[in-house]
Design a protein around this ligand. Sequence first.
Ligand code: ADP
Ligand code: MG
Ligand code: MG
Length: 249
Amino acid sequence: MLEIRNLHVQIEDKKILNGLSLTVNDGEVAAIMGPNGSGKSTLSYVIAGKEDYEVLDGEILLDGQNLLEMEPDARAAAGVFLAFQYPLEIPGVATMTFLKAALNAQRKARGEGELSTPEFMKKVRAGAERLHIPQDMLKRALNVGFSGGEKKRMEILQMALLEPRFCILDETDSGLDIDALKIAADGVNALRDPKRSFLVITHYQRLLNYIVPDTVHVMANGRVVKSGGKELALELEANGYADYRSQAA
Ligand code: ADP
Ligand code: MG
Ligand code: MG
């Protein structure tokens, strides 16, 4: 379970999160919606441990461990996975090589030994098959020349290999056509598990037609201002964020 209590965060003297509280239970898919600039991406970066953000107050507990006292790699080892809004392109590094390095770095941080090449190949092939990723794509340089949908599938393959405890997807729908969106959603849905939770951050309701959340939370001015079930997303789609903005101001 992830529990965030009264989180206050600033960057360069600018206050961005203002007493945010949020609980995500085991196996839960929680959606975060909210207007541009409400602090959604900041929240995902602070959970993952990106530097530059100054936490002024509050706690983030994952299974009772205080994430704020842990380095980013220790958080990843504890099972936090942040999917990037803009996937990195790494010319000269085969996707397969990148995935192996990522997996072994995480195993090391968890105190586990490196996987042998055959063990790794078996794992990555099974994952790629499940996500309909052609084997030859794994030999190409990571994300270089990949379409938006291909990048997204690769990110989900990475997520599947790392077997995270808590997955954060920030604006997964930006720049994806409807087919790519469905592929990404199918990948996420395949990873739903009673021991795994998701925070799905999205500005639009559209993604939530495919990744159906258990709970929806509305952020405005750096706080959660309303929580509800999946029907809350439909209400937001119909009425917009204006009410919440003025309420939070
Ligand atoms: P969202 O993802 O909801 O659109 P963000 O978390 O990206 O919101 O941004 C929240 C607010 O913080 C915005 O007003 C943004 O301009 C500001 N902000 C984000 N990152 C920085 C930064 N590195 N320096 C200064 N202001 C920032
Ligand atoms: Mg934004
Ligand atoms: Mg954002």
